[in-house]
Design a protein around this ligand. Structure first.
Ligand code: DGT
Ligand code: CA
Ligand code: CA
Ligand code: ZN
Length: 568
């Protein structure tokens, strides 16, 4: 698939254009990159079918960009991009983990200190050279070192939302290849962890050799790391490793259980087996005479050990084993029980598609209702709506609700939370929305007490229904802001304010641990994709997965309510 490569190039071009002080292209290229990245269709297919014209029909892709794509298909290169890289040969990808250092700063670092990649940057910062540059200072230098430290922890891990479609496709292709009966991706992917280290595929096959052959010759394999009869390993073009094991039918459940993990969960299970005088491994559960007593299915392994079976999302050794022994596992929310999406953006603010396009796609994905929540207030960069625009949007939503069958559109908005906890829109407007979401988009670095006060004040505001991406963290890039989570939960319960699970792939905020804490306080949760294009509406599933990892049940999640109940 060409899309990821092109998306990466466009987003690097955006950075280079920013360095050059270009007014228009940085945003256009960045936006196109985001859209291309989340498209299902392959750019190469589109080009082969309908040429440059076909490419130009893609949202956000103009003639220039379409021609770049054509050039890349034909030559594997984009000349303009090569030229930009020559002017400043920077390993931009390596810098993406460093927070608060924009393209212009990178250019200054390169010109003054010869910094080309994150290693150079770390060296320069450690020597105290960064602080000597104009507009940098000691604090910036400290921040740089801190975020380099943070990126180390994440090195080599991939966002679930990014690899998920790729893994699902491999599962599907393998399953329908010759000689293969059954394939499942296990490991952190099956547990739907927010990031994935590597892909662990498990198969049952009549012809193991053919399965291995197929696996190592998939088109997206960049390098074969191992090629055996029952086990092979490859590196995919996106940089992630995948291995495939073929196991016999009588061990499939045991292998499935073992390779799903987590490791800590497995260790606890093994202890239970040992206590009974048995042995548990990836081949099965064996009694003291080494006779296999379970292993064909996962269910029978758990059952024999005296536990209820549990969904993979719960297996992190966070108390689930004890609950399963006592037959007290919560009945976590099912993927099909979530019937709505409560945050998305349209062309009324910074989204790429119209309300109608978003609604039709959401309906196709099975949602019964959605909230359109374009930015309001003073978030100029995100194209916040003024009051005249809001009224125009309301009229359009009313019209669409008459026109469209099987989906209901709610009038919503996302409003910026000021540093003092007030919000930037008059009450008389706020009162007329069905759903008002408050979000922190600026002044992240407040003192913990101040931030807690800021949040509590907005939670107590009777017009605010939902607090969006409550901790502000961005996976791989930014730790959340400091605040007292417990105090926020108590305030939410008191004022019936809802905390969001933002399902955008690099947000997933609240995360699994915070979801579970919030539920323990009795806080209700909502799910919102925060989609800025219709291609992102399917991210809802990522949030449901995190809700399940946080042991959320149907009654904890607002999006499981029918729309009439919700509005009450
Ligand atoms: P990842 O790849 O870092 O995102 O995380 P996982 O959970 O996929 O871990 P991975 O790929 O190292 O191993 C896959 C599964 O194999 C893991 O979830 C549990 C099992 N496993 C790996 N190492 C051990 C071990 O030392 N003991 C036990 N009991 N199980 C293990
Ligand atoms: Ca893995
Ligand atoms: Ca692995
Ligand atoms: Zn936005």
């Amino acid at each position: 698939m060409l899309n990821f490569k092109i998306a990466k190039i466009f987003s690097e071009m955006a950075e280079y254009y920013t360095m050059k002080g270009d007014q228009f292209r940085p945003r256009a290229y960045e936006k196109a990159a985001r859209l291309i990245e989340s498209m299902d269709e392959d750019l190469e297919d589109i080009y082969k079918k309908s040429g440059v014209k076909g490419l130009m029909a893609i949202e956000g892709v103009g003639r220039g960009m379409a021609e770049h794509i054509e050039e890349f298909v034909k030559t594997g290169k984009i000349k303009v991009f090569e030229k930009l890289k020559k002017e400043a040969p920077l390993d931009l990808e390596s810098f993406s983990a460093v927070e608060g250092v924009g393209p212009k700063m990178l250019l200054a670092l390169y010109k003054n200190l010869g910094v080309k990649n994150i290693r150079d940057l770390e060296k320069a910062a450690r020597k105290g050279k960064v602080r000597t540059l104009p507009r940098f200072g000691e604090k910036t230098e400290e921040n740089i070192l801190r975020s380099i430290e943070m990126s180390r922890e994440h090195r080599g891990r991939f966002l679930l939302g990014f690899v998920s479609p790729i893994i699902s496709k491999i599962e599907k292709d393998l399953a329908s290849s010759a000689g293969v009966q059954k394939v499942l991706a296990c490991g952190s992917f099956r547990r739907r962890q927010e990031t994935i280290g590597d892909i662990d595929l498990l198969a049952e096959a009549k012809d193991s050799r053919a399965a291995m052959e197929y696996f190592v010759s998939m088109p997206n394999v960049e390098k074969v790391l191992a090629h055996g009869e029952t086990k092979s390993a490859v590196r995919l073009d996106i940089g992630i490793d995948a291995d495939l094991r073929v196991v016999p039918e009588k061990s499939f459940g045991a292998a499935l259980q073992y390779f799903t993990g987590s490791k800590d969960h497995n260790i606890e299970l093994r202890k239970i087996a040992i206590k009974k005088g048995w042995k548990l491994n990836e081949y099965g559960l064996f009694d003291k005479n080494n006779r296999q007593i379970a292993g064909r299915t996962e269910e029978e392994i758990y059952k024999k050990l005296g536990l209820d079976w549990m969904p993979p999302e719960m297996r992190e050794n966070r108390g689930e084993i004890e609950l399963a022994q006592k037959h007290k596992l919560p009945k976590i929310v099912e993927y099909g029980e979530v019937i709505s999406d409560l945050q998305m953006h349209t062309t009324y603010s910074d989204g790429a598609h119209t309300i109608e396009e978003m609604a039709r796609e959401a309906q196709r994905l099975g949602r019964k209702y959605i909230a359109i929540t374009d930015h309001v207030g003073h978030l100029k960069i995100a194209g916040a709506m003024d009051v005249a625009t809001i009224e125009r949007q309301w009229r359009e939503i009313e019209k669409l609700n008459k026109k469209l069958k099987n989906i209901k559109i709610l009038k919503g908005c996302e409003v910026d939370i000021n540093p003092d906890g007030t919000i930037a829109l008059e009450d008389k407007y706020l009162a007329k929305f069905d759903v008002v979401i408050g979000a922190i988009h600026s002044n992240f670095k407040m003192e913990k007490n101040e931030m807690t006060k800021r949040l509590i004040r907005v939670i107590e505001n009777s017009h605010i229904d939902i607090i969006s991406h409550p901790t502000g963290r961005i996976i791989h890039r930014r730790a959340g802001y400091e605040f007292d989570f417990e105090a926020i939960c108590r305030a939410c319960v008191k004022s019936k304010t809802i905390l969001e699970i933002n399902t955008y792939p690099d947000r997933l905020d609240l995360n699994d641990v915070n979801i579970r804490r919030a539920i323990e306080y009795g806080v209700k949760l909502s799910l919102g994709t925060d989609a800025h294009s219709k291609n992102q509406l399917h991210y809802l599933e990522l949030g449901i997965a995190q809700a399940r990892r946080g042991f959320a049940t149907k009654k904890d999640i607002l999006n499981c309510l029918e729309v009439e109940e919700l509005l009450k």
